[in-house]
Design a protein around this ligand. Structure first.
Ligand SMILES: [Zn+2]
Length: 114
């Protein structure tokens, strides 16, 4: 079979052999844990219009697992929130509840900040 140069697909990724636009290598890299396992739970209200949020940093989980855990923590706290840049954010001051929930799941969170 003759090799045909295609201007439509353009350059191919040498690793996954897909067009660069569809390269799956990047998303695989993205799935690496965001945290180092040094889990820190903190409460912050800076720059949030006085609204307090509980933050969990350093969870050694990939994006999907982090999203799932974030959901569990939110429901444990009965509160809303998001997962952003590897940080779980829960609306309100729920440090104690979040700490307890993390410990229950086998993590060793540290309470940091005020
Ligand atoms: Zn690739």
């Amino acid at each position: 079979m003759a090799l045909v140069y295609s201007t439509e697909t353009g350059r191919m990724c040498p690793d996954c052999r897909k067009p660069l636009a569809d390269c799956v290598c990047k998303s695989t890299a993205k799935a690496k844990p965001a945290g180092d396992g040094n889990i820190k739970v903190s409460r912050e209200s800076k720059g949030r219009g006085g609204k307090t949020v509980t933050l969990v940093r350093g969870l050694p989980l990939d994006a999907d697992a982090l999203a799932a855990l974030g959901k569990q923590l939110r429901s444990a706290c009965g509160s809303g929130g998001t997962v952003k840049d590897g940080v779980v954010e829960i609306q309100g001051d729920h440090c104690e509840r979040v700490m307890a929930e993390l410990v229950k799941q086998g993590y060793k969170p540290k309470r940091v900040g005020g």
